[in-house]
Design a protein around this ligand. Structure first.
Ligand SMILES: [Zn+2]
Length: 438
């Protein structure tokens, strides 16, 4: 028998009080702790509790029910939803990025791993009152189901905190993880476990990760975790003005800290319940070491040990950066690295049989297009030679994000809910259904 703790919700609410500008009427920590200290509940009651906390957050009223004390068998919790959810986000990855990478690696008649999934859909990406979104608003739509303001992480358009799918998974006793190739505290992973009005506040985002109790954190950005002037594994000193050493704090909280690919490959997964892996001062340097696939494999190995379930977000963060730089070779290389991680996720899910895998993007970057005609302009790169020997060119429309819809693929339970066209926020609804077994 096993009780399901909702203590992470209390931590989240404590966190919100610190980060949301006008959050004056949120449930107090005392109120939440009073509920959580004695709580055991069925998955259904937890669903209702999480939903009511979400409603209370949105309406700024305290509406937390008093759950009955009911003992839950482990297998009831497992049966409540899927065994796991893996959300792959190719930051800035539109159809142009996917087509170019496909032609390069598999030829014009070939397919990438992400092209070979059961379900395909098309997502609109607009932020609140802004048709061209950014990574913060785009990822918050996916993490929380709200259309929020440009640049805002984990808050709605009124700057009120929203509970994320990761926090709900934690509340259900699942293990959770965030993996990226850019800074750990960058906007996309941040939107799943932090709540700040400005995505640039990466030092605060890093602090909030530890409060949110995310079990696996892997990416770049060691500088945001170390005090100013203090060196860790990498040449540049830390940047924290508050003097705190989040690496040391994480270790005190039970995290294993690693910073090399060798440490990751030799990791004793069975004895590593919590992992912080930071593989660069800022973004990870190419070629990534460890690769995104290696990080994804270890994350799944650690998280899937939890019989309740796991949620993992994996970001191909530099597809977007390549788009801003109008660098087609970089875009294709990093899209293919992302696709390799997707291939692992697909294989894992196929063997497990009850894991939802989603491949998404937050927006397109660069207006990247693929064609066969050289035009001699500065916006065109090529020729590139594909795996079938055919030459092709890549054209760019801008150095910024674009408003075009982005492709979605999915497989596993609940994947069919992602057929058709919808806004990015619908991805949250599908993951929530999978989490709760609805
Ligand atoms: Zn983005």
């Amino acid at each position: 028998m096993k009780a399901v703790s909702i203590l992470p919700l209390a931590f989240s609410l404590l966190l919100w009080g610190c980060s949301a500008p006008p959050a004056t009427q949120l449930p107090s920590v005392t109120e939440m702790e009073a509920v959580s200290n004695e709580l055991t509940a069925t998955a259904t009651e937890l669903a209702s509790l999480v939903e009511s906390v979400r409603t209370a957050t949105e309406t700024l009223e305290v509406q937390v029910p008093t759950p009955t004390t009911t003992v839950v068998e482990d297998d009831e919790v497992v049966q409540a939803g899927v065994n796991g959810i893996i959300l792959f986000i190719g930051d800035g990855m539109g159809v142009g990025q996917r087509t170019a990478a496909r032609w390069l690696a598999a030829g014009q008649d070939g397919l990438l791993a992400m092209d070979q999934m059961e379900v395909a859909g098309l997502a609109q990406t607009a932020a609140y009152q802004r048709p061209v979104t950014d990574s913060a608003a785009g990822a918050t739509a996916m993490s929380s189901g709200v259309q929020t303001r440009y640049g805002v992480v984990g808050l709605d358009k009124d700057y009120e905190p929203v509970i994320t799918i990761l926090e709900q998974a934690e509340a259900l006793g699942w293990s959770t993880g965030l993996v990226t190739t850019v800074q750990m505290a960058h906007a996309t992973p941040a939107s799943f476990a932090a709540h700040v009005a400005d995505r640039a506040n990466m030092l605060e985002i890093a602090r909030q990760y530890l409060v949110a109790d995310v079990d696996v954190l892997m990416g770049g950005g060691e500088d945001e975790f170390l005090p100013g002037g203090e060196r860790g594994c990498y040449p540049e000193p830390g940047e924290r003005g508050d003097g705190s050493n989040l690496v040391a704090q994480a270790q005190e909280l039970g995290y294993r800290y690693i910073c090399t690919a060798e440490e990751l490959s030799s990791l004793d997964v069975a004895n590593t319940p919590k992992l912080l892996g930071l593989f660069g001062d800022e973004e990870m340097v190419r070629p990534f070491s460890p690769s995104l696939t290696e990080m994804t494999i270890k994350a799944v190995e650690i998280l899937s040990q939890n019989p309740n379930g796991f949620f993992l977000m994996v970001e191909g963060g530099q597809i977007d950066w390549a788009g801003h730089a109008n660098d087609a070779a970089w875009a294709m290389e990093t899209t293919l690295g992302f696709d390799s991680a997707v291939a692992y996720g697909q294989a894992y899910a196929a063997i497990d049989g009850n894991v939802l895998v989603i491949v998404a993007a937050d927006h397109e970057t660069g207006g990247m297009s693929v064609g066969l005609t050289p035009d001699g302009t500065f916006r065109q790169e090529g020729p590139f030679t594909g795996a079938d020997g055919q030459e092709f060119y890549v054209d760019w429309q801008t150095g910024s994000h674009t408003a075009v819809d982005i492709p979605i693929n999915a497989q596993g339970p609940y994947a069919n809910m992602l057929e058709g066209t919808y806004h990015l926020a619908h991805i949250y609804e599908v993951m929530y259904a999978a989490l709760m077994g609805k």
